[in-house]
Design a protein around this ligand. Structure first.
Ligand code: EPZ
Length: 424
């Protein structure tokens, strides 16, 4: 398997262009199932997850064409030719569960493999299933598949999510756009990616009120049209590089990224002695003090501190003066990066869902293993500041969510090299 070799100690200086958001483009792609007209998405990042979801959509009758040069993805589903999303495809990319709502709404029937868990947790989908049942779907779990039927179409309902869920909000919001009558969703997730999906659905003719608040109302329509939509910038990629700039004591500017989505990161960074400035199209990061200071962070649903930046923040805390407490409240097993960071000399003690990170003067380069997407990038960040050479194994995890990360970091001074696995 491919690896990345990193020689630490180089500050990141210069400009990086931020790509379209992985967690926006995936639900946007499944929205193509809601219409028989073409959906054209711009600023689609060239990621494994995008390719995997295209495979699932093609199984269902989608004709797609992705231009990796201009980052445009054409999706067209004239008719749903198959309503089964098979296990071998869904297990590769659990966001495939987002085809369930649109398939059911458009086609009245769907058979989607249960996605199963992943490195960071069991990842249940009960909120997706309960929501669709409240919209009138008959759902059975048979041999690891979700078998859903709505022969007479879906019917609007008042749904109160017992727990905030990004994916369940997206699935049910999409399904409700073609339900008969009105649907209110209460206690919805409010991530910017959900607002981006909602805006695209409105461009397709859906009637949605309350985007960005914890209550959304959808007035069902009989059909949706195609549209062209530009995907929002990836705030998690941006946050990752802001942390990298702070760790390496560089002066880094991110183009094409909106500072307003990162308030919950900027505040702890400021407390740690890092200044972040910018506007809705560019963000700059640099240290205020010589040494970083330890701070506490706790992950929460948006607008709280993003769980997808938890591992990266922990990486920064390993070299900050003093200590910082990292508390993960969203997923039950999202500390897979801890043992690997410890192998590089980090001083981290885990107590349940909290990790106490005591800063050390220096990390030492080592061979480390990537596990999930964000844990993998936290090891790259550690390698950027570690003394000597770090080899990060299993970097296919990284390629799922970070477009051209080796090129982007190298372009601002990092010493990275992609070590391709020799063909056997
Ligand atoms: C989305 O996952 C993101 N993925 C995740 O990003 C992100 O970490 C997560 O939201 C939280 O922000 C995409 O958007 C493709 P949830 P999702 O449903 O929708 C529990 C990354 O690294 N839950 O908000 O799966 C769940 O177990 C990935 O880019 C239920 O109990 O997250 C978790 O504890 C990782 N039942 C919590 O809710 C359900 O039916 C939040 O999950 C659904 C979720």
């Amino acid at each position: 398997m491919d690896k990345i070799k990193i020689i630490g100690g180089k500050p990141l200086n210069g400009e990086i262009e931020i790509s379209g958001a992985k967690n926006a483009v995936l639900p946007l792609m499944t929205a193509s199932l809601l219409t028989d007209q073409p959906l054209i998405l711009h600023r689609v990042p060239n990621l494994r997850d995008v390719a995997s979801l295209n495979e699932v959509l093609a199984e269902l009758g989608t004709v797609f064409d992705y231009n990796a040069e201009n980052k445009t993805l054409h999706l067209h589903v004239p008719t749903i030719t198959e309503c089964v999303a098979p296990y071998d495809l869904v297990c590769k990319m659990r966001a495939s569960i987002l085809v369930l709502g649109p398939l059911l709404a458009r086609h009245g029937e769907a058979k989607v493999s249960l996605p199963g868990g992943c490195a960071i947790g069991t990842r249940p989908v009960d909120l997706h299933i309960n929501g669709l049942q409240q919209l009138g779907a008959e759902i059975k779990l048979v041999d690891g598949y979700i078998e859903a039927k709505a022969p007479h179409g879906l019917k609007g309902a008042n749904i109160h999510f017992p727990k905030v869920s990004v994916g369940a909000t997206e699935n049910i919001m999409m399904a409700a756009t073609l339900a008969k009558g009105d649907t209110t969703l209460v206690n919805v997730a409010r991530e910017p990616e959900i607002i981006d999906l909602g805006k695209c659905l409105i461009e397709m003719g859906a009637e949605i009120e309350g985007l960005g608040t914890d209550k959304i109302t959808i007035h069902g329509k009989t059909f949706l049209r195609g549209t062209e939509h530009t995907v929002i910038a990836d705030r998690i990629e941006a946050g990752t590089f802001l942390i990298a700039g702070a760790m390496t004591d560089g002066n880094l500017t991110l183009k094409n990224s909106n500072i307003m989505y990162l308030d919950s990161l900027i505040e702890p960074l400021y407390k740690a002695g890092v200044e972040v400035t910018g506007n809705k199209s560019s963000i700059t990061v640099k240290r205020i003090n010589k040494r970083l200071r330890g701070v506490d962070v706790m992950t929460e649903p948006y607008p709280g501190f993003p769980t997808d930046l938890q591992a990266q923040m922990m990486s920064m805390l390993t070299i900050a003066e003093g200590a910082g407490m990292v508390t993960e409240t969203i997923f039950e097993n999202r500390f897979m990066h801890v043992p690997e960071l410890s192998r590089m000399g980090a001083d981290i003690t885990v107590h349940g869902s909290s990790a106490l990170v005591r800063g050390v003067d220096k990390l030492k380069g080592a061979e480390v293993m990537a596990s999930d997407l964000r844990a993998s990038v936290s090891l790259v960040l550690a390698g950027l500041v570690a003394e000597g050479e770090t080899i990060v194994h299993r970097i296919y995890h990284l390629e799922r969510g970070y477009e051209n990360i080796v090129e982007k970091l190298s372009s601002v001074g990092a010493k990275l090299e992609l070590l391709k696995e020799k063909a056997a």
